[in-house]
Design a protein around this ligand. Structure first.
Ligand code: ADP
Length: 662
């Protein structure tokens, strides 16, 4: 018992606990794998978005170039004809305008030929283009505060550094203007050509210096942008600085769900603040030091664009872009919006998709897997990517998780049941080993007891110490019965080992079982009655002929009789009854002995099994008597069974099939 508890403990510690730990680890790593895959998806979508954004920026550049190239070089005092030609050449031109060098509106004038579009344009833009009012102007915060991004923020300010890096530039412009120029790749600025030195050698040197500083500039810009993407701290520094400068931070229209493009876990939370910050600027400030450009302009929450170009005469020609044509030109040559894996689209300033694939109208466009802001010319626009079937990934992950858990459960069931079987086997093997040990002790003792009495009586007779012939006869009788007991015991042991090897051969013949049992009972009676037993035999069968091995059956009956004798305590009574029951001949051996507890009733037929295994047990035995009896009877087509006897004691029944007619 103690050993099996120990075994159970070993099983739990060596098998179950490691399995449980492995199971937990595997489920956890599965979860991590899922997160990793999601992040990977977001990253690959982000790469696609970067490409799409680059295409849109290219389109922006192309729009500006086209407008600039087709703009009338000298519209004269009545630009109507020139503007009509411009509109014809470039469908992007919505409402053209003309200003003198002091931002006085020359066209459209109040008086002449104003149509509804001109009127509406003037209503919304008169103040701005005549430099009387400021509008929100958008800038890339990461580039504007490059030093704060890269963790600098030393004594020299951003603008000063930029000035130092661009010695050829016009002096006297504001710090912000200089900083604004840092956005060159997007803004498609045109250089003011007036500052070129006269001497060629000097010019060459200047060009080289400018080219070098330009490369450094681009590198610094890229560094600032990626640092801004990756570091929460850098972003905080920038927004704090912007707030201090009175600039307004915008909130993005989307909340990307997937992992941030940055690989560092610190910045895994997607950004919700826009990289573009705005501050009020007047037209003169925006155009200062530059030759042409596009200006984003929100009118009643709707984004439109103004194009302007400085003419050699100092006047400014420009136009409000035609919304439809502008959007078409911006979204030209983009990657396919739909693929089986993802949907890639651009969202406008109000978070609505500019291109929607069929069947995707009901989607929550504010929750893309990945998103990117596009340009300061397109504030609040987003390039956004979505999983085509957002449920697919999640349900696949769920299915894999369930499957893993199921496999783990199955593994536990197998381990537990296997372990139980192994434990049970080990336990029964241990019990058998114990029984074999007690068997050896018991058999030795069984051999010793009759031998001792035989020796005692034979010595007594040999020395002539018992002159009484009656007593002498009694002693000889006792010696004979003890010898028989010895023989039976040895036979049992030998038979058992023979049976174990499957080598017992039976000599079958017809005989009367009732007669055999009667003869056995009568011969035992002579021994039992003097020992205080009442022995009753009753044959209730008319015929009890069986076909079996007589010697073997005799051995089985004697084993039962011997048990009835051994296990009778107070009431020494043995009844043997022969009868017939449905084609079988039965022999019941009944006693009024100690009986067998219910839990032991089948076990007593097992080899070496004894109810009382203590060495101080009042009755000794080998634990083989019933095993052999049952084996013999079963081999001969019958059986031995136990039944508790009413009023106390046991009934062992031998049954054998009746023999057919000869
Ligand atoms: P042994 O008698 O040598 O121990 P057996 O195989 O004959 O071996 O019996 C197995 C066990 O069955 C005994 O140890 C005893 O506990 C129980 N048993 C057998 N016969 C009787 C009986 N007539 N009355 C009570 N218990 C019995």
């Amino acid at each position: 018992m103690r050993l099996s508890r120990h075994l159970r403990l070993v099983f739990v510690v060596a098998v179950l606990v490691p399995c449980a730990v492995l199971a937990v680890l595997s489920v956890r790593s599965l979860g991590r794998e899922e997160a990793f895959l999601e992040k990977r998806l977001a990253q690959s979508l982000d790469a696609e978005l970067t490409y799409a954004v680059a295409l849109v920026r290219e389109n922006l550049g192309r729009i500006e170039e086209l407008l600039s190239a087709s703009a009338p070089a000298d519209p004269g005092s009545d630009p109507r004809a020139a503007f009509a030609a411009w509109k014809k050449a470039a469908p992007l031109v919505g409402v053209p305008f003309l200003l003198d060098s002091d931002f006085r509106i020359l066209w459209p004038t109040r008086t002449a030929y104003l149509d509804a579009a001109d009127l509406s344009f003037l209503n919304w833009n008169r103040e701005f283009i005549s430099d009387a009012a400021a509008i929100p102007f958008y800038q890339n915060a990461a580039l504007l505060y490059r030093d704060q991004v890269t963790g600098g923020g030393g004594d020299q300010g951003t603008a000063e550094k930029l000035m130092a890096a661009n010695p050829g530039e016009v002096k006297g412009e504001s710090k912000k203007d200089a900083a604004q120029r840092a956005e060159a790749p997007v803004m498609m600025q045109m250089k003011v050509g007036a500052a070129a030195p006269a001497a060629t050698a000097e010019k060459d040197a200047g060009d080289k210096l400018a080219a070098k500083s330009k490369i450094e500039d681009v590198r610094a810009e890229q560094q600032a942008l990626s640092e801004f993407e990756q570091s929460d701290a850098a972003r905080k520094r920038v927004y704090d600085e912007a707030a201090r400068m009175g600039q307004k931070a915008e909130t993005r229209n989307v909340r990307p769900a997937g992992g941030a493009p940055a690989p560092s876990p610190a910045s895994a939370a997607p950004r919700t603040e826009s990289i573009y910050i705005s501050e009020p600027r007047r037209f003169s400030e925006i155009t200062a030091g530059r030759e042409a450009g596009l200006i984003p302009r929100f009118i009643e929450e709707k984004l439109g664009w103004l194009f302007w170009k400085r003419l050699p005469s100092g006047r400014i020609v420009g136009c409000r872009l035609d919304d439809g044509s502008a959007k078409a030109a911006l979204l030209a040559r983009l990657p396919d919006v739909y693929s089986p894996a993802r949907i890639l689209t651009f969202l406008d300033e109000n978070g609505r998709p500019l291109v929607t694939p069929a069947g995707q109208e009901g989607r929550d466009w504010r929750r893309p897997v990945a998103a990117r802001e596009v340009s300061e010319i397109l504030p609040r626009w987003e390039a956004a990517a979505y999983a085509t079937d957002p449920g697919a990934l999640a349900s696949r992950a769920r299915a894999t998780r369930y499957l893993t858990i199921l496999i783990i459960l199955a593994m536990f069931v197998v381990i537990l049941s296997g372990g139980t079987v192994v434990l049970a086997t080990v336990r029964s093997e241990m019990a058998l080993a114990r029984q074999k040990t007690t068997f050896v002790t018991n058999v030795s003792h069984e051999l010793k007891t009759p031998l001792t009495s035989i020796r005692m009586f034979s010595e007594m007779l040999k020395d002539g110490r018992q002159p009484d012939p009656d007593k002498q006869k009694k002693y000889l009788g006792l010696m004979a019965s003890e010898t028989e007991r010895l023989t039976r015991l040895i036979n049992n042991v030998l038979d058992f080992s023979r049976m174990e090897k499957g080598r017992r051969a039976y000599a079958r013949k017809r005989f009367d079982l009732g007669a055999l049992v009667e003869a056995l009972v009568e011969s035992e009676r002579t021994r039992l009655e003097p020992a205080g037993f009442s022995v009753v035999f009753h044959d209730g069968a008319e015929s009890s002929v069986v076909e079996a091995d007589e010697e073997a059956v005799k051995q089985a009956v004697l084993n039962l009789l011997s048990n009835a004798e051994k296990y009778s305590a107070g009431v020494k009574s043995i009844e043997v009854e022969v009868g017939r029951e449905g084609g079988t001949v039965c022999v019941d051996v009944k006693d009024r002995g100690i009986g067998v507890p219910p839990a032991e009733r089948e076990k007593i037929f097992r080899e070496f099994y004894r109810v009382d295994t203590t060495l101080t047990a009042p009755v000794r035995g080998s634990g083989l008597g019933l095993t052999i009896a049952r084996r013999i009877l079963r081999d001969l087509g019958g059986d031995v069974s136990f039944a508790a006897r009413e009023g106390g004691g046991s009934v062992f029944r031998i049954s054998l099939p009746e023999a057919g007619r000869p």
